[in-house]
Design a protein around this ligand. Sequence first.
Ligand code: C5P
Length: 231
Amino acid sequence: KTNIQVAIDGPASAGKSTIAKIIAKNLSYIYVDTGAMYRTITLAAINAGLINLDGDASEISDVAIQQLLQATQITFKPSDDGQLVFLNEQDVSEEIRQSHVNNLVSLIAAIPTVRRDLVERQRIIANENNVIMDGRDIGTTVLPHAAVKIFLVASVAERAQRRYRENQLKGIDTKITLAEIEASIERRDYLDSHREVSPLTQASDAILVDTTGVTINDVVNEITTIINNKI
Ligand code: C5P
């Protein structure tokens, strides 16, 4: 039995998880939020004292990172509004979206040992299920043979505005201004696109979808049509 794999990559806050969750539900696929996996490892590194809040990830020893990865189980559990993320037994769904994790995740995600370990976990899930997986390197590295590859983009101004509104709505980091969010998104995109191992880039066979000024519903319809034409 071969499973169907849908890869959605793109820069920060382009709407990947919103879109992927809806399509996964419609098609009864498993949604795999790989960003949440990098965020959870980052939180584990903070909790273990491996990185401080203005941290320099280059000082973390590879042995310490390997131990951390071994001690860190990441699990997803379905919930009403999508899914919950657990670090071992602890529900970290909210904490991994906060600014201390936002600011450090691209540094932890650039560590080759971290990527090797998480990519392996992602492939195991994709081998066992029909998946829609979102991230930065899914089409290029994690699932190079995915049936469908989407590269989802939007203007940085619109992405910052969506994130700002979402933060206000959910009560996360409500004091952070729109300008600060825009700067933080740009910094993360820069780091993610310029790292050595599997940087953020559009796979040659990925379809570019620009969501600037497009409603969620229209993006869902566009991508669903692409999927239906390919499988
Ligand atoms: O998708 P999200 O914004 O939650 O991802 C958080 C961070 O995790 C990204 O900015 C990136 O540094 C890292 N990431 C990655 N590769 C992925 C998914 C996320 O490096 N496949």
